[in-house]
Design a protein around this ligand. Structure first.
Ligand code: DHE
Length: 562
């Protein structure tokens, strides 16, 4: 299936057909010549548009290997070779421009013809290896704008802090802090480039925002007008951050994961002072060395002083014990390659993470520090954090959507509650696949809700990409409701798709907020639905609301409610 172009959801970028039969002459093929200026321009585009999926070193993850020449020996002992040189200039230009049925997105509507030519040339040349980044450099980048001693000792504003939404304004490198009760924008805060996610401190006072450029910003919600009080650059390319949430360590530490260099950084929670940098290079679960194992999702355990750190390319899940960071103890659990995003089960003992290009969900038992299960699922699972509910026939389940398949998968999860004992036989099995559409990124429900929501922003059909689907969890056989969020917003029709993305509940579970992610120059919005009636309650628009994507309700994020 062919996905639409989307600047950097490189998760679906897969250059299909790159594996070609052994061609010894590849080695003799020559890469097209490029001037230094051309290389510089191409390097920038590659970093912004391609590296998320294919890796800086181009060894491939969710996307295919994009080295000029590669060879590998399969489990059957057969050698395969391939590479961009063998594909050649004109085929590469077509693939980058139009995408492929294998899932490669088309870039012909964001890159000019000249840029497409440039990128096809660039990927036939050897990859550029970016510099490393040390603890000293991390330390040198660290800034405290408001020292702890000058910060308020109590909340200085009247905002209901537990129902604030920290909203990613992707293309302006900002977050909007929106009051969930009044729907007013309380503050817009400058953060990193193409800012990615927000996470909360255990107390809910601090919001941590990570930019793709590795800039981590710490926002103090107690200030009269919430603002950034500290900042640090943790690497050159990053996606994840979390905090220490175990009892006794509340607000003490933060951890941020870097794609490049492949490492994570542990910091003081209230100042971001860097304390330790830990590299993640090493062996894959198949026993091969990988030079670029990127840090994907990170989550903080509530039952131990530990972070679950998921390493994409190696498929290793690290349980990092932060009770003594000078003598850091880490449990390494082998799962499956290309770990990406994930969330807790309802008991918060098991963390379920998508090994997306392996079409598996890995479940780690954080109480025993062991892999609990590796579950085969449909193509390219993408749960966001997933969703937990009690299925009428199968008891507690955790749900994931898929980028590459038209289903939402429900996996039975264990429970100590005696009333769920009878479902034990189903644990870690796929108990149902609900019919949805491909291109789904996020699913969501809430313990107080009867509904289950799923978006489809990556679907090639404009109507579907602009809509969300809602199921009644008590009877999943009932037809789903399909809400066209773009139409419901009342915004003028645009040629560019306004992707409906990332359902997020209010604290009380009564509202669902959906971002309408339009073009950079189009008016975007957040559409707030009543979760019971499925009717629009409010459309939040503002000229400053540019390309909203992820939204993080303080309370739900603080307590991992999904
Ligand atoms: Fe994300 C979570 C990586 C593109 C919106 N994204 C994550 C996580 C990872 C990740 C590793 C888990 C973080 C955690 O829990 O600690 N995302 C990547 C990529 O590598 C990728 C595919 C390509 C890239 O170059 O960045 C990518 N992501 C996107 C987007 O294009 C999205 C849709 C819009 C945007 O703002 O960039 C996007 N990603 C999100 C959101 C979450 C996320 C909203 C958090 C979900 C949640 O509910 O917690």
């Amino acid at each position: 299936m062919k996905f639409p172009r989307l600047s950097s959801i490189a998760a679906v970028v897969m250059l299909s057909g790159l594996a070609v039969p052994a061609m010894a002459q590849d080695a003799k093929l020559e890469a097209p010549a490029m001037t230094a200026a051309e290389k510089e321009a191409a390097k920038k585009i590659y970093f912004e548009r391609c590296a998320g999926c294919h890796g800086v070193l181009r060894k491939g993850a969710t996307g295919k290997n994009l080295e000029p020449h590669w060879s590998k020996v399969g489990a059957d002992g057969k050698k395969t070779e391939g590479g961009t040189l063998a594909l050649g200039q004109s085929r590469l230009e077509k693939i980058i421009g139009y995408g492929t049925d294998g899932g490669m997105v088309n870039f012909d509507d964001i890159l000019t013809k000249e840029e497409l030519t440039l990128m096809a040339k660039y990927i036939q040349n050897p990859p550029d290896v970016p510099p490393e980044y040390s603890l000293k450099e991390t330390m040198d980048s660290w800034k405290v704008m408001v020292p702890v001693s000058e910060r308020p000792t109590k909340q200085m504003n009247k905002i209901n802090l537990s129902n604030v939404f920290s909203v990613t304004l992707r293309d302006t490198g900002e977050v909007a802090l929106i009051d969930g009760d009044t729907k007013e924008i309380r503050s817009i805060v400058k953060t990193g480039y193409a800012v990615h996610i927000s996470r909360m401190s255990a107390s809910g006072r601090y919001v941590y925002v990570i930019g793709r450029d590795g800039r981590l910003s710490l926002i103090d919600m107690w200030m009269e007008k919430p603002a950034v009080v500290a900042e640090v650059k943790i690497g050159f390319d990053a996606r994840s951050v979390d905090t220490s949430k175990f009892k006794g360590f509340e607000d003490k530490y933060a951890i941020a994961g870097s794609y490049w260099p492949p490492q994570f950084v542990i910091m003081d929670g209230d100042t971001l002072k860097p304390r330790k940098v830990v590299g993640t290079r090493g062996m894959t679960v198949d026993g091969e060395y990988h030079p670029e194992p990127r840090v994907a999702s990170i989550v903080s355990s509530f039952i131990k002083p530990e972070w679950v750190v998921n390493i994409k390319e190696t498929g290793q899940i690290l349980l990092v014990d932060y009770s003594d960071i000078e003598n850091l103890k880490t449990t390494t659990i082998a799962s499956a390659k290309f770990l990406h995003d994930g969330g807790w089960d309802a008991s918060k003992r098991y963390f379920l993470v998508a090994a997306n290009a392996s079409n598996k969900i890995a479940a780690v038992d954080t109480k025993l520090g062991k892999l609990a299960a590796l579950v085969d699922v449909a193509k390219i699972p993408h749960p966001g954090r997933g969703a937990n509910f009690v299925h009428p026939q199968y008891g507690p389940v955790w749900a994931t959507g898929h980028l590459g398949a038209d289903v939402v998968t429900l996996i039975s999860t264990p429970s100590d509650d005696p009333k769920f004992k009878k479902y034990k036989q189903h644990n870690w099995k796929v108990v149902q696949e609900i019919k949805h559409v491909p291109g789904n990124l996020f699913v969501k429900t809430h313990p107080k809700s009867k509904h289950f929501w799923a978006d489809a922003p990556q679907n090639p059909d404009k109507d579907l990409a602009e809509s969300v689907a809602v199921w009644d969890m008590a009877d999943l056989s009932k037809p789903k409701a399909v809400l066209n969020v773009a139409k419901d917003s009342g915004l003028p029709e645009t040629k560019a798709v306004k992707r409906a993305v990332h359902p997020e509940y209010s604290k009380d579970g009564k509202e669902v907020w959906i971002s309408l992610w339009g073009g950079k120059t189009d008016q975007s919005a957040i559409v707030v639905y009543d979760d019971v009636t499925l009717k629009v309650k409010k459309v939040i628009t503002d000229p400053k609301m540019i390309t909203p994507t992820g939204k993080f309700n303080v309370y739900n994020t603080q307590h991992d409610i999904y």
